[in-house]
Ligand binder design. Structure first.
Ligand code: HEC
Length: 157
């Protein structure tokens, strides 16, 4: 009897180690803004969405003017980027970067082109950003459900 209990205890202990190991691995593998996304945004987007670009509110007041100057709204920090992920302008990042493969018209979002010089580079960058966002949705903020918003992970670090 004692031996059975001892075996069970050892088994549970080993299971615990395995589970802990997996969660540490998952933690390490998680895509985060600091580890993965910041650099992509910085290389591919900040020439037009950097700290010298207008805030989203300034941008909205004079869209056409800023477009002509090739300036989009500012996305230079995690907080400023999140406006377009799950904030005031939720889903904008996903709609603009999507490759269009799962949409009716098959057209990519108009910022998709900036993800890379080749199809494969664009696809690789999109995959990282999709993993980061988690619940990828092309819905507008008003159409998003609480579940849609909850599914968005977009970890900072
Ligand atoms: C060459 C300049 C340029 C680059 C590079 C660029 N953008 Fe833009 N972006 C713009 C301009 C200009 C607008 C506003 C016009 C429009 O809505 O298309 C815009 C609009 C956007 C919007 C919509 C903002 C809103 O009104 O809600 C998002 C999201 C966006 N860009 C994301 C990105 C991301 C992410 C990247 C990098 C992969 C990127 N852009 C690269 C110029 C650029």
């Amino acid at each position: 009897m004692l031996k059975v209990i001892a075996n069970v205890v050892v088994f549970l202990f080993l299971s615990l180690i395995v589970v802990a190991g997996y969660s540490i691995a998952a933690e390490k593998g998680a895509v985060t803004y600091e580890k993965n996304v910041k650099q992509i945004i910085s290389e591919k987007c900040l020439s037009c969405h950097g700290s010298d670009s207008p805030t989203i509110d300034e941008f909205k007041k004079d869209k056409e003017g800023f477009k002509k100057k090739m300036k989009g709204p500012r996305m230079d920090t995690y907080e400023n980027l999140m406006i377009f992920v799950d904030g005031k302008d939720a889903g904008a990042l996903m709609r603009r970067l999507d490759d269009g493969k799962n949409t009716k018209d098959g057209k990519p979002g108009n910022m998709h082109q900036y993800l890379g010089k080749t199809d494969s580079e664009r696809a690789a960058m999109l995959e990282i950003i999709k993993k980061w966002v988690g619940g990828w949705t092309l819905k507008k903020k008003a159409e998003m459900t609480e579940e849609d918003l909850k599914a968005i992970k977009a970890l900072k670090e």
